[in-house]
Ligand binder design. Structure first.
Ligand SMILES: Nc1ncnc2c1ncn2[C@@H]1O[C@H](COP(=O)(O)OP(=O)(O)OP(=O)(O)O)[C@@H](O)[C@H]1O
Ligand SMILES: [Mg+2]
Length: 245
């Protein structure tokens, strides 16, 4: 019942893609793998009018779970593309932190290793006074921070790591998303250098840009292979307390 929380320096940094890639790789290693997200905003209605989270759908496919398990993977689904605190207020939904934590605990207890995706960045409000860091803290989950080697991200990475640690979270390190080996220049190299130098935390992997065909096709086996080739899964499992190959 190990768990790893995935946060990022901002929304849209690739938490879902990185979480799915980690889940696919860990599952491929034979772990019974769970995935979870406490709340999802910007959800879309299906033909029956039911709100579905595309994040949860991607995560569960990567983990080898069934689409019918959607509601166990995400506790609150919200239509407005706003922080859950605000999207829920607009929808008249009363988000209960205890429910989000209980859903995560259920996932964690029923799987060997679960990847738990946050929402937005580390201080995104899930309710008016319950932030993403509170959720990870309540679950005692160590976190990985998804970053991108773009201008300004060293600052965001340092602030995110320091804030998480200040609030008692264990930060395992960074995963650099959308890394393009062909386009590496001074900006990209210096970003990597400063992430590690300023935080003392390791870079655990550099995930390349994945093709839309691969992502839309939920090809979890290929996603797992790419994750294995570009992310130090052994190190992550070790840091999280699991067994390596
Ligand atoms: N490595 C990648 N290769 C290809 N596309 C990517 C990659 N990483 C992210 N994307 C795309 O960028 C967008 C944002 O990524 P993603 O949804 O994973 O971000 P997020 O941090 O989970 O956002 P949110 O805060 O909304 O949950 C998506 O359309 C996703 O498909
Ligand atoms: Mg996401």
């Amino acid at each position: 019942m190990l768990g790893i929380g995935i946060t990022a320096t901002d929304t849209e940094m690739g938490k879902t893609i990185v979480s799915g890639a980690l889940a696919a790789a860990i599952r491929q290693r034979g772990y019974q793998t769970g995935v979870y997200k406490p709340a999802a905003s910007g959800c879309v209605r299906n033909s029956e009018g039911r709100l579905l989270s595309t994040d949860a759908e991607f995560l569960l496919r990567c983990a080898g779970m069934e689409p019918s398990e959607h509601d166990q993977v995400v506790r609150y689904v919200l239509e407005a593309a706003l922080a859950p605190a605000e999207a829920s207020r607009l929808a008249g939904v009363d988000i209960k932190p205890r429910q989000m934590v209980a859903g995560a605990e259920k996932m964690l207890h029923s799987h060997q290793l679960s990847i738990v995706e946050g929402v937005g960045g580390i201080s995104a409000p899930l309710t008016e006074d319950y932030l993403v860091k509170d959720f990870f803290k309540d679950l005692q989950l160590p976190v990985i921070i998804v970053v991108k080697a773009v201008l300004g991200n060293v600052n965001h990475a340092l602030l995110t790591a320091t804030y998480a640690q200040m609030h008692g979270l264990k930060v395992l390190g960074f995963i650099v998303n959308s890394w393009d080996e062909q386009a590496v220049g001074v900006l990209e190299e210096s970003n990597l250098y400063y992430y590690e130098k300023l935080t003392g935390l390791p870079i655990l992997g550099k995930l390349p840009v994945l093709s839309p065909k691969l992502l839309d096709g939920f090809d979890s086996r290929t996603i797992a292979e790419i994750a294995e080739a570009h992310i130090d899964i052994d190190k992550i499992l070790k840091l999280a307390g699991g067994n390596t190959k």
